[in-house]
Design a protein around this ligand. Structure first.
Ligand code: TXA
Ligand code: MG
Length: 321
């Protein structure tokens, strides 16, 4: 077995070596506020193709390019509408990915052959310091999908990354430990190629926030853009996930703190509110697999805001069960 070196002390020196490793074509798993990403130099075809190999992900699924600030937006994207500038100004760094018409820099190997590119400035000190160190040595952006095997639950800790990908990384690759992700579900993806913004994947940046920033109605029309995270059978643990049902004895159980634990179940999480629900959900799903549970029953949070993103992921994790 080979596995990426685990770096739990992300000093300036460690980050500058990580940036150099990226520049040399290596992979660096990095913390973000949403989930951990598996990063490579977004302009290096061989490095990016290793991401697909390590994840076991089909090559036509586009990757998000992470940049240090909105100043690099124009390098990666063309014909940026003014509403996208408002969104970037209001929510970056943050849990939001903008899909824009790509520039020449965004090649087919990173966009999955699509004419658009997904861009995000993450809100995490380690990610931002790595991006800054990378740009200082001529890097343009870090392509990073969630650092899990294709279709699995995204990792929200460095240890979860090692569990997922340790067997597939090289000894020279790195896993940076930046603590548990503070948001816990993946970024809101907004298609900015039309007249109106359109949500491709819900997240912590909500429809109301987008309208508040842009003054525009968020388009609900069906999009033709392909989003792998919108496939059914995604975000799934090994255990079977059941939603809003009476649990069986022996099930793992996840619900808000105010809901009492039914007799005979194994309580995996008791979040106080919806934000905490998002933050702990993926580690709770993982703990069910560690404990080799065969079923997890989850009572979903109601309402909008981040609850919409939680229900979106759970619907897929449960395949509609
Ligand atoms: O929070 C996040 O977005 C995390 C962290 C690491 O930044 N990343 C993440 O990446 O969730 P990934 O690859 O697991 O999911 C990104 C989704 C994929 O479903 C991909 O299809 C979609 O973004 N995507 C990327 N570029 C796109 C594009 N140009 N057009 C449409 N969808 C795109
Ligand atoms: Mg993913």
């Amino acid at each position: 077995m080979t596995s990426g070196e685990f770096v739990s002390n992300c000093t300036a020196d460690a980050l500058s070596s990580a940036a150099q490793l990226l520049k040399a074509g290596g992979l660096v798993a990095l913390p973000t506020e949403t989930v951990y990403g598996l990063g490579a130099d977004a302009t290096n075809k061989d490095a990016v193709s290793r991401i697909y190999k390590v994840k076991g992900r089909p090559a036509d699924h586009p990757l998000i390019v992470h940049i240090h600030s909105m100043q690099s937006l124009g390098e990666w994207a063309d014909e940026i509408p003014s509403y996208a500038i408002s969104l970037a100004r209001d929510f970056w760094p943050g849990p939001m990915t903008l899909v824009l018409k790509r520039s020449m820099l965004a090649e087919d190997f990173v966009t999955g052959g699509q004419p658009t590119v997904g861009l995000r400035v993450p809100d995490h000190v380690v990610a931002l310091a790595l991006l800054s160190a990378f740009e200082n040595i001529g890097g343009k952006g870090i392509a990073a999908p969630s650092a899990n095997r294709f279709g699995h639950v995204s990792p929200t800790t460095a240890h979860a990354v090692q569990d997922e990908l340790g067997d597939f990384l090289d000894a020279t690759d790195l896993i940076l430990d930046g603590g548990p992700s503070s948001v816990g579900v993946e970024s809101t993806i907004i298609d900015c190629t039309g007249e109106l913004p359109h949500i491709l994947r819900p997240g912590a940046i909500t429809t109301a926030m987008i309208t508040g920033s842009t003054g525009l109605i968020v388009s609900e029309e069906k999009s033709t853009i392909r989003v792998s995270g919108s496939l059914e059978n995604h975000y799934a643990p090994e255990a079977k996930v059941y939603l809003d049902q009476i649990p069986n004895v022996g099930d793992g159980f996840i619900a808000l703190e105010e809901i009492a634990t039914p007799r005979g179940v194994i309580r995996l999480a008791s979040p106080k509110d919806n934000d905490e629900f998002a933050r702990v959900l993926y580690s709770a799903l993982r703990s069910a697999d560690t404990q080799k549970l065969s079923r997890i029953t989850i009572l979903q949070p109601l309402g909008d805001g981040i609850a919409i993103a939680i229900r979106d992921r759970l619907e897929r994790a449960s395949h509609g069960r």
